[in-house]
Write a protein that binds this ligand. Sequence first.
Ligand SMILES: Cc1cc2nc3c(=O)[nH]c(=O)nc-3n(C[C@H](O)[C@H](O)[C@H](O)COP(=O)(O)OP(=O)(O)OC[C@H]3O[C@@H](n4cnc5c(N)ncnc54)[C@H](O)[C@@H]3O)c2cc1C
Length: 345
Amino acid sequence: MRTFAYERAASLSDAVSRAAEPGAMLYAGGTTMLDLMKLGVYRPERVIDITYLDDPALREIAVDGESLRLGALVTMNGASEDATVKERAPCLSESLWLAATQQLRHMATLGGNVMQRTRDTYFRHPDWLDLAEGEASEVETYGNTPYGDGRLTAVRQPTRLSAVLGTTEGDTASYPGDFAQGLVAFDTVVEITGPDGPREMPFAELHIRPADKANEGDYARLAPGEVITAFRVPLSPALARSTYIKARDRQSYAFANASAAVGLEMDGETVTDVRIGLGGVATVPWRATAAEDVLRDGPLTEETMRTAAEAAFADAVTHEANAFKVPLGRNVIVQALTTLSRMEG
Ligand SMILES: Cc1cc2nc3c(=O)[nH]c(=O)nc-3n(C[C@H](O)[C@H](O)[C@H](O)COP(=O)(O)OP(=O)(O)OC[C@H]3O[C@@H](n4cnc5c(N)ncnc54)[C@H](O)[C@@H]3O)c2cc1C
């Protein structure tokens, strides 16, 4: 058993200074932290609990000028049930409602949600970490894990969970969350506080693509001690006319095989704004700009929707186990656009 110290942060600045220490990790709802600690993938020496911070800036949902501001400690349930989020950003509300389970949504926070890690079997088995830390000289083979037959090799093998977009030859791990697709589609800004004070970053830059990773643990562009404090989503007619479609193995308690957060603005028969964020199919929250380009300034017909969906997956790299994600992902895009086309603008 690995021991660790549990520390409750007294304030945001206290959290920042504690989390900046070597071996420390932030802890919010704990719904994925604890799993990864039990699996031995996360090995913090100190766990810095921020869930008790009562700072309104971390807990509030507010319309702030032209943006919807969601505090990082708002729970998934709190945001999904919020009347303003439902009205001004339905894709965000729906994505959270379709994520995980009611119990998890009550515990889990928005900050923790975007920082969740891949469900990829290779990552969730600590062998790669043991190798990296010199605790093992070779990769062992474990049987009977909850993730298939548990057989691992030194090279990550594509599975049906694997991504088809943004992959490299050795890294096909998919980003699993639901909330991030709407954030990436609508140019969200992440507010961060760290040892050097507050800063902002486009949400699209938060997650590191495999091609830019220095190592397996490399994941997000946050320095030690940096805490996400809020997400600022620019309000727009397309955000107000948006939806989230999620295709999964069962109707609850399952991650997306393919999902899309899509928003639409029309002027008569012409698409004036369209946003498409894809999930389940890519290594990071994925903006399908090529698909948006097909639709923008043109008509929304069955043909243009299909052409856009084709464009979204034009660069897909598939393997036998995950090739189904391309037609599934295309259909999810078409379904979302069709749903929106029937709504009042
Ligand atoms: C069985 C199961 C099913 C699930 N299904 C889904 C699903 O369908 N869709 C989906 O989207 N998610 C799903 N999840 C994931 C779940 O949504 C996440 O576990 C949850 O959102 C994480 O939030 P948390 O507050 O519990 O984070 P924690 O577990 O506390 O932390 C997660 C990570 O975020 C970091 N962190 C937390 N807060 C901050 C912050 N403010 N700034 C910087 N770093 C921070 C922590 O250090 C840690 O690395 C599922 C989880 C489980 C266990």
